[in-house]
Design a protein. Structure first.
Length: 733
């Protein structure tokens, strides 16, 4: 549900806003209530209704509707697009399974005057909607102003209100808005005669095309809830001033709307954001943590729940405060926090509404608070809302002794452009879930091995140990104590041929592949921060792919190791780099020895450096250095021979020359320099593709009458396949 963005929450005894006005971006499904659009659009989902977000209609305007199953007749007054005459019809406000709708029969163009009235309407046009209540507090009339982006009289108004929606990040939503905010936003844009002028003045012309009939309303039920009132943003130029120790000062608060948008840009990925929240659950002593991804296209929701200690109301409010703990403050040995920002920054990076519900044994009640960035964008103030969109979450937590639930809604960064009816978008969403799973299994593998349970959509995660500790063939070298608090443990992984099957071997390479996972692994309180990085000391290369080194350090060294907000980067202090380099050199040497120890069979398979024909040749001519494609490379030479004398041969030679003359050597040099020597090797990211190519060449040689040994030898002399001896060994008929 969409929380109104232009009203702060008040206590339950205060009344809703005097004028119940909403701004809505019309979707295809909303426009099908108009007959002209219904008849001309080929798309399906012709629901003959305008969707009404319950967060606005019920929680903001009519709390008595909460929990009701009602069908309420209303007089619908339609103005626009661009015209002030009123088209009046009878329609109904009805509850659906999850939301509410304004529905009934199709709204046809009026019988007289403007017979093509609704022909301009398109998806993403806007509507201003006012709900007028009767004596019993139920809606009896709905005034609807349609605004078209293409109508000359509407263009300026449409653009101004669209800007209001986009600034709140709520494209396609329905939001509560005050007359004061509308007046201020539309100042200077309204024509002298326009439906919005009458709308803002509260005057609707009495023109009837169809008189509504009386109908007895069905009874409704509901209960009290926090409601909202109009709010005028504080004057930004006003600051508090005073003196301190004789020095004058001014208290300059950061502008809320600008600051929270800045917090969104720290650089979290979905997987690092979820991991940051799991840190909090572990710190709270949770034994079971559940991450639930609920697919609904752009309205998808993510829940992270645990059975940890929970928080009192005071503790929850403090936890929701940006910068809730000083990074210089001493933390306990099991505290995985850092800056007191993780809950907020990680969540804001993925969604525009963060709700946290928590229950502790200390006060034995469910407390909840909500940061809604759309609300902050509209009010430009730090309103922490006492609001939750789904009461079932409260009931769920009430049934527990203690625990916490974090809710991500309006997940624009995670699924904002996805559609629930598109299979391609669902596949993307599932890929995100898979990335999160892999990341959590790696990041928290020590905790998982110690008994912590983490589930994603009900499936229990399996720890991914990057060192294959305890596995046959893994070498654990002696620990190195860099000081009393930092321990370095080097590992050399077994050679590929020692794995029982390809699946087991691939799992050891996991996300980044074997080459990508070599290097240092930095742990802070058993939580993995950096996974496979030589920290600028060495380049990645094929021969050292079996070297992985664990560095374990406590949270007390955060400042020395430059731990960042995301807990995804760490850099050793300069006084330890030399000792780390020494450990790494020994480990890399041992790893290279294991990699090269392939036995007689592999030695026969692998071509020598003299046998291999490189793809690229370095040519120095008249003091200039150039790279040329080697025409004697086995594959290139065979293709040229096959095409010899044909027009295709000339085309191929032209393409090779074009590639040679277009190499961005300066850009490549700059990129390699900026990467601190972290080289990329052929087919590092997709060895499956390399093997398929090698297999095709092997089979062609076999089809030409060569023996298996000769065919393998031929493939082993082709650059870059000579770098893949473990794949050469797998070539077979």
């Amino acid at each position: 549900m969409q929380l109104p963005v232009l009203y702060p929450l008040l206590s339950p005894e205060l009344a809703p806003p005097s004028r119940k006005i909403a701004l809505k971006c019309l979707k295809h499904s909303d426009l099908t209530i108009f007959k002209r659009y219904f008849d001309t659009t080929p798309r399906s989902s012709k629901q003959k209704a305008i969707n009404l977000d319950a967060a606005v209609l019920v929680h903001l305007f009519f709390p008595a509707l909460r929990g009701a199953d009602a069908s309420i007749p209303v007089q619908l007054n339609v103005q626009g697009p661009g015209v002030t005459s009123v088209h009046q019809v009878l329609r109904y406000i009805r509850k659906q399974s999850k939301n509410w709708r304004l529905e009934g029969t199709l709204i046809d163009d009026p019988q007289s005057g403007d017979s093509s009235r609704y022909g301009l309407l398109k998806p993403d046009d806007l509507a201003l909607i006012e709900f007028v209540d009767g004596p019993d507090g139920m809606p009896v009339r709905v005034d609807l102003i349609l605004l078209s982006a293409t109508h000359d009289d509407d263009k300026a108004v449409h653009a101004a209100l669209r800007e209001l929606l986009i600034s709140g990040g709520v494209r396609g939503s329905m939001v509560g808005v005050s007359p004061e905010t509308l007046t201020k936003k539309l100042e200077g844009t309204l024509p002298e005669i326009h439906p919005v002028c009458l709308f803002l003045s509260g005057s609707i012309p009495d023109v009837n095309d169809e008189k509504p009939t009386e109908e007895k309303r069905q009874p409704t039920i509901g209960h009290s809830l926090d409601v909202m009132q109009p709010h005028t943003p504080p004057f930004v130029g006003h600051v508090k001033s005073g003196t301190f120790a004789g020095v004058a000062y001014e208290e300059v608060r950061p502008e809320a709307a600008a600051f929270v948008e800045t917090l969104r840009a720290i650089g979290y990925s979905p997987e690092t954001a979820v991991a940051d929240l799991i840190d909090n659950s572990i710190t709270a002593g949770a034994s079971t943590i559940s991450v639930d991804f609920q697919w609904a296209g752009a309205d998808s929701v993510v829940l992270i729940s645990d059975d940890g200690h929970g928080m009192t109301e005071r503790g929850l409010v403090n936890a929701m405060r940006p910068g809730s703990k000083n990074p210089l403050q001493e933390r306990s040995s099991n505290d995985l926090g850092r800056f007191g920002l993780g809950l907020k920054t990680a969540s804001f990076s993925q969604c525009r509404r963060l709700t946290v519900l928590s229950k502790s044994a200390e006060d034995d009640k469910v407390n909840y608070r909500c940061w809604d960035l759309n609300h902050i964008a509209a009010t430009d103030d730090w309103h922490l809302l006492t609001w939750v969109s789904d009461d079932t979450l409260v009931a769920r937590l009430e049934s527990q002794l203690r625990g916490t639930i974090v809710v991500w809604e309006l997940a624009d960064r995670l699924a904002g452009r996805m559609h629930s009816d598109k299979g391609k978008d669902l596949n993307k969403f599932n890929q995100i879930i898979e990335r999160v799973q892999w990341h959590l299994e790696m990041t928290f593998h020590r905790y998982l091995q110690q008994g912590l349970i983490i589930k994603i959509n009900g499936a229990k995660l399996t720890p991914w140990d990057p060192f294959l500790a305890g596995r046959k063939g893994t070498q654990r070298l002696p620990d190195e104590e860099l000081d009393e608090e930092v321990t370095v443990t080097p590992y050399v992984l077994p050679h590929h041929r020692m794995f029982e099957n390809d699946e087991e071997c691939a799992r050891a390479g996991r996300v980044k592949g074997w080459n990508g996972h070599q290097g240092f692994y930095i742990y802070r309180n058993d939580r993995l921060l950096v996974a496979g990085d030589w920290l600028g000391m060495f380049p990645r290369d094929e021969h050292h792919r079996l070297a992985r080194i664990a560095i374990s350090l406590p949270a007390s060294l955060d400042q020395d190791w430059q731990i960042d907000i995301r807990k995804a980067r760490a850099r050793p202090p300069f006084w330890l780099r030399e000792r780390l380099q020494a450990v790494a050199k020994v480990t890399r040497t041992r790893a290279a020895d294991v990699y090269r120890s392939r036995g007689p069979r592999l030695q026969k398979l692998t071509g020598t450096s003299d046998d291999v024909s490189p793809v690229w040749m370095l040519e120095v001519k008249e003091g200039r250095t150039r790279y040329r494609i080697n025409r004697e490379h086995l594959l290139i030479q065979s293709v040229l021979n096959e095409l010899n004398g044909s027009p295709e041969a000339k085309k191929l030679k032209d393409i090779l020359r074009l590639v040679e003359e277009s190499i961005p050597t300066s850009q490549i040099a700059m990129t390699v320099s900026e990467a601190n020597g972290a080289e990329v090797y052929p087919f590092d990211d997709d060895e499956g593709e390399a093997f398929e190519m090698m297999l095709r060449i092997y089979k062609r040689k076999r089809a030409a009458g060569h023996t298996p040994s000769e065919a393998r030898q031929y493939v082993s002399c082709i650059d870059p396949f000579h770098r893949k001896p473990h794949l050469l060994e797998q070539l077979a008929d």
